[in-house]
Ligand binder design. Structure first.
Ligand code: ADP
Ligand code: MG
Ligand code: MG
Length: 210
């Protein structure tokens, strides 16, 4: 895949399909330590994004990411809607106006997404949130692009693999942000749903890029 507007739109469609497939799993994870709506929230948001992309694919990668952001902000409530919305909005700005993204732009987008989530939600590493998937994802993407000169697919693959491990690491953590924090110690022993959805999303983008 080339990282043009159409390529990014196809990757977003692939992410929508994966989130739809994992809807029940994300609901189950959120039922254990939250209010059980995360799978539905993500599926509703990405279904609306599919409709928007069906009407018209915006004319740059940045504009596609902005459409994703505004749709998530409009259609998804709770914690995840504004957080993912901010992530895609910051990424949209960070990738710039190029008609095709290179690996440096993708890394810049990922870093900006993380910074946006942290600016908005104030979570740090270890708080048992999507940040625990995003921090290692950004570090792995930077490492891949910087020292190994990886292409976009390799950068996203490194990010997705690290996000998966980061998500797994949330099992042992006690939540300090979001609904799960209301449970205190009882939140330990469960995978964080937002960290899982971040890993799923990045995994889908990486596969689409290969
Ligand atoms: P809600 O908790 O409002 O029902 P969701 O269930 O859709 O929203 O999303 C829950 C996920 O949002 C959590 O699993 C966690 O990863 C993420 N989250 C919640 N609060 C924060 C925060 N302050 N910073 C980062 N991520 C957060
Ligand atoms: Mg929830
Ligand atoms: Mg909710």
């Amino acid at each position: 895949m080339s990282c043009t507007a159409n390529g990014v739109a196809d990757a977003v469609r692939a992410a929508a399909a994966v989130l739809a497939e994992h809807r029940a799993e994300l609901i189950e994870l959120d039922r254990a330590i939250g209010d059980g709506d995360h799978g539905e929230n993500m599926n509703r948001g990405f279904t609306a994004i599919l409709s928007a992309l069906d009407s018209a694919v915006p004319d740059s990668p940045s504009a596609v990411l902005k459409l994703v952001a505004t749709t998530l902000i409009a259609k998804v409530g709770g914690a995840a809607g504004p957080l993912y919305g901010t992530a895609f909005l910051r990424a949209s700005t960070a990738v710039g106006g190029a008609s095709e993204l290179d690996s440096d732009a993708v890394v810049a987008g990922l870093r900006a997404a993380l910074e946006g989530v942290q600016a908005r939600g104030k979570a740090v590493e270890g708080d048992k949130t999507m940040v625990d998937a995003l921090i290692p994802a950004v570090a792995a993407a930077e490492q891949a692009a910087g020292t190994e000169g990886a292409d976009v697919a390799a950068v996203l693959t490194a990010a997705a693999d690290a996000a998966g491990k980061g998500a797994e690491s949330t099992v042992d953590l006690v939540a300090r942000k979001g609904r799960a924090s209301y449970l205190g110690q009882r939140s330990a022993g469960h995978l964080d749903p937002g960290a899982r959805s971040t890993a799923l999303l990045l995994g889908a983008l990486a596969r689409a890029a290969r």
